[in-house]
Design a protein around this ligand. Structure first.
Ligand SMILES: [Zn+2]
Length: 174
């Protein structure tokens, strides 16, 4: 399979009439291991400090449910807005207009002329994968998990675990 990677070249961007470019993005990102394309629209705009790239993409991921341990399909939609600074020093020259705060995080390009958009999208998808993965909000879980939950509360083996975890909790609170 031919690997396609969308890159934005700053020189090309500078040479466009309005110094902006719109792209339709459709690529299989191998690292996501989902076998289908990520699709969406991307806009790159040259700014005083560098370039800003915004976009919205969606795809489906194959995640493993935390309860039943089965694969399930998860629709993910990500919108992002990223800023890249051409030369870090531009910001410190008292140009308050372009002052970038912590919330307004910008990556320093450090002389690079190209931005790998595929990487940018990949990273934005990864950080938006939910911490708790459930195939269904009402997923009852695997047979083993159900058995564990249905066990008589006084099962001595479970009591030992309960005691241990209570002790650990007490330790933490001290
Ligand atoms: Zn499940």
């Amino acid at each position: 399979m031919k690997e396609i990677k969308l890159k934005i070249n700053l020189k090309e961007l500078e040479n466009t009439p309005e110094q902006k470019q719109d792209f339709y993005f459709e690529e299989i990102i191998e690292e996501l291991d989902n076998g289908i394309s990520v699709k969406g629209t991307i806009n790159a705009q040259l700014t005083e400090y560098g370039v800003q790239i915004q976009g919205e993409v969606d795809t489906k991921l194959n995640l493993i449910c935390d309860r039943c341990l089965d694969f399930f399909e998860y629709n993910i939609n990500v919108s992002f807005h990223e800023k890249f600074v051409k030369n870090g020093q531009n910001i410190s020259q008292g140009q308050t207009e372009y002052e970038l705060t912590d919330e307004d995080f910008a990556e320093d390009l450090q002389g690079r002329e190209e931005i790998n958009v595929t990487d940018l999208i990949y990273q934005n998808i990864i950080i938006n994968v939910p911490g708790k993965k459930l195939c269904d909000i009402n997923c009852v879980g695997s047979q083993a998990l159900q058995d564990l939950n249905n066990k008589d509360e006084t099962d001595p083996r479970l009591e030992i675990f309960k005691k241990l975890s209570d002790e650990i909790d007490n330790d933490k609170s001290n």
